[in-house]
Design a protein around this ligand. Structure first.
Ligand code: SF4
Length: 290
């Protein structure tokens, strides 16, 4: 909805202390006290900037880093041709984040839900993966998933499980962040603190697991990480171990292979699933469009 300049001027005039403010914005009676004028000016300036900022961002727009077609490389649907919608923006800052252009340094264009859905439809696959960044920090994700479902799409949502939204999803791919995700506090103390405070949200995880088909994917780099996974799972007896996947950290094939040597047998022994990162095998370490 646009701002009606006349109404703004009228309301500002009233706030400036005019006993009688006309609809045309005039002030016909007693002069306002000095503090009233200052408050009024401050509000006028604020409204002006709010108006300018609002006009830069289309209604209901989300910042989108990329929309592309590829094969799902991780998890229970590995190998499924899918359209990926990667939102740009995240409430966490993982040390190992492989999409910094959607978290640390968010990039991308602002698109409305209509524009996003149109691009997804153009790419023509049945499976759609809403990923990030963190899709659950964008309220528009709800409408987008409702529209995609109405078009018959299968929807996967990839989330760190720190925020809840009543999205429509056929698979919630939860990736809770272990302590190995906390960024180096020497490099960025503020984000290290924020990330640590936000990375666990037990109520959100319980709700997502109760309401949706799910998989739980942990990024693992050492046997100590596996012990942390076990502690985590002990807190959530409702999580089915057959839906828990342990995935090696990294984006280089050699590094992933090194971890797979001990992690794959560990998963077999402990009733968990090993999760290769097939997109690295298929497309190399390319971070965008895969
Ligand atoms: S939650 Fe995902 S997108 Fe956000 S910083 Fe961590 S790895 Fe990157």
């Amino acid at each position: 909805m646009g701002i009606i300049p006349e109404l703004v001027t009228y309301n500002v005039a009233r706030l400036q202390g005019c006993k009688v403010a006309s609809r045309s914005g005039g002030c016909s009676l007693e002069p306002a006290p000095a503090y009233g004028i200052m408050v009024g000016k401050w509000i006028s300036v604020s409204l002006f900037f709010m108006f300018c900022l609002g006009s830069l961002r289309p209604n209901r727009a989300m910042r989108i880093a990329e929309i592309f077609k590829s094969l799902q490389g991780e998890g229970l649907l590995t190998g499924t041709p899918s359209v990926f919608v990667r939102v740009s923006g995240c409430n966490l800052r993982c040390r190992f984040c492989d999409t910094p252009f959607a978290s640390w340094w968010p990039e991308g264009e602002h698109l409305t839900v209509e524009q996003i859905v149109a691009r997804v439809v153009e790419l023509g696959e049945e499976h759609v993966v809403l990923t990030g960044g963190e899709p659950m920090i964008f309220p528009e994700s709800v409408e987008m998933t409702e529209r995609l479902r109405a078009l018959g799409r299968h929807i996967t949502i990839e989330t760190a499980g720190t925020r809840y939204l009543p999205v429509v999803a056929d698979l919630i791919s939860l990736s809770p962040k272990l302590s190995n995700s906390v960024p180096d506090s020497a490099a960025d103390a503020a984000w290290a603190r924020r990330h640590e405070a936000r990375r666990r949200a037990p109520d959100v995880v319980r709700r997502l697991v109760a309401e949706y088909p799910y998989q739980v994917k942990f990024v693992v780099d050492s046997p100590a990480d596996c012990r942390e996974v076990e502690q985590y799972l002990a807190e959530y007896p409702e999580i089915d171990r057959d839906r828990v996947l342990l995935m090696p950290m990294g984006t280089e094939a050699a590094r992933l292979a090194e971890t797979a040597v001990w992690l794959e047998p560990y998963c077999a022994r402990h009733g968990l699933r090993f999760c290769p990162r097939r997109q690295v095998e298929w497309f190399g370490g390319v971070l965008r469009g895969t």
